[in-house]
Design a protein around this ligand. Sequence first.
Ligand SMILES: [Zn+2]
Ligand SMILES: [Zn+2]
Length: 94
Amino acid sequence: MATTAPASVRHRPKVIRTAEDIGTVYQFVCLCGATGEEQAARRMALVDLNEHVLSLPRVPADQQCRTPRAHGRSPWEPCGLCADQTSLFDLEMS
Ligand SMILES: [Zn+2]
Ligand SMILES: [Zn+2]
């Protein structure tokens, strides 16, 4: 599997739920192609998701978005609208 991703790659990590013969399984998937193991619990898949997000290059504090939902930004994406403001990094799971 190629490990070099183009700079324009977008990350949209999420946890999907699938009904299997063994029961419901949860799996972390990301638009960039990253996936986690199938997990028996959603919170286990969220751990995989968190590890992926933490592995991404950090956005400089002064470029992080204060209102990601309003601006359509993710915590790992710089936000020009908020570039001159600083805030605490708060990853919200939905
Ligand atoms: Zn990703
Ligand atoms: Zn913003």
